[in-house]
Ligand binder design. Sequence first.
Ligand SMILES: C[S@@+](CC[C@H](N)C(=O)[O-])C[C@H]1O[C@@H](n2cnc3c(N)ncnc32)[C@H](O)[C@@H]1O
Length: 362
Amino acid sequence: MVKLTWENKKDFLKNISKLKSTYRDYYKRIEVIFQKKEVNNKQDRKNMLFWGDNLKVSYHLLNNFEEKIDLIYLDPPFFSGSNYNISVLEGDTKYDSIAYFDCWNKDIDSYLQMLYERIVIFKKLLSKKGSIFIHLDWHASHYIKIILDEIFGKNRFVNEIIWYYYNKYSAGKKNLPRAHDNILVYSKSSDFTFNEERIPRIKPIKQLKRQMVNGVLKNVKDVNGHVIYRTVTDKKLDDVWRIPCLQPASKEWTGFPTQKHHDLLERIIKIGSNKGDLVADFFCGSGTTLMVADKLNRRWIGCDMSEYSIYLTRKRLINIRNNEKKPTNLNSFNEAYAHIDEEKEKIITSGFFEKDLKIKKK
Ligand SMILES: C[S@@+](CC[C@H](N)C(=O)[O-])C[C@H]1O[C@@H](n2cnc3c(N)ncnc32)[C@H](O)[C@@H]1O
């Protein structure tokens, strides 16, 4: 079997029992962001937002969530070589800050190691019917596909979805404009959740009416022996998705750089999970996956190490609950967790999360 190697490639599975117990009590609940009145206190009924490094968070989760997560969506840094800045407006004061880093000094080895060791653990968290959707682009998707073959097995490859964002592209002088991302999909077992999605056709078409007769697909005929046509207005969703990049004019826009379109996440969550399932996003950014999972009555776990990400996700969660016209079917309570070190303590005591910040992409 073909395997990718890089400098200092290692997997931490040998030490997993130790890591699991080291991080068992590492995270403490820092806030109940929202609680519905009729909540019952079952561990698996809560939605959890972690502020911290997702590797440590995944070691922690192995204690209670091994084989419990039904769908994982990952939108990690892409090895783009840029850092993502934001411009923050607080009252009349404006300042620039880094939302997250994606500069690796051209060091693909450490980037691959970063994703490899996480994906190995995320696989352990996936339930038997679970699948993982990993969002990348031309910078590293070709490497990560080989790594996924190694971790999940070539037979667990489901799809490579091309997200064609027709409203934004980066044109170089000597290459065609790049206008798509790649989303690699792998399943934990052969018996995984996969819901077919249908989308409207641009123009309705006439199609022969057919039916299965003794295992063979046959044309349906009328009493005079003529074939029958039907008008079809939709079609099966294929693996090329035409969805725009989110524009600042959208009411969903948070200002977080690389915020993904909610329609993209809606498709992924509908295909890969059912109502009541547990969905996780370990690079949750502005929280798009969690918002959509919530709307679609899935339970969720989110994680990010950037305080701006946690700020925006928390704010979006509070807004959806406040604007909820009809309550969701699930008893849900949303909690935030962190390991409070000196730096986090400083951020919390400065009142950062309660501030009214306006965030703009730089
Ligand atoms: C591409 S953005 C995600 C955007 C998100 N899908 C959205 O719609 O807003 C990647 C995120 O991964 C986070 N991140 C990077 N490395 C991380 C790590 N080791 N642990 C947790 N979060 C991480 C960054 O802070 C950033 O918010």
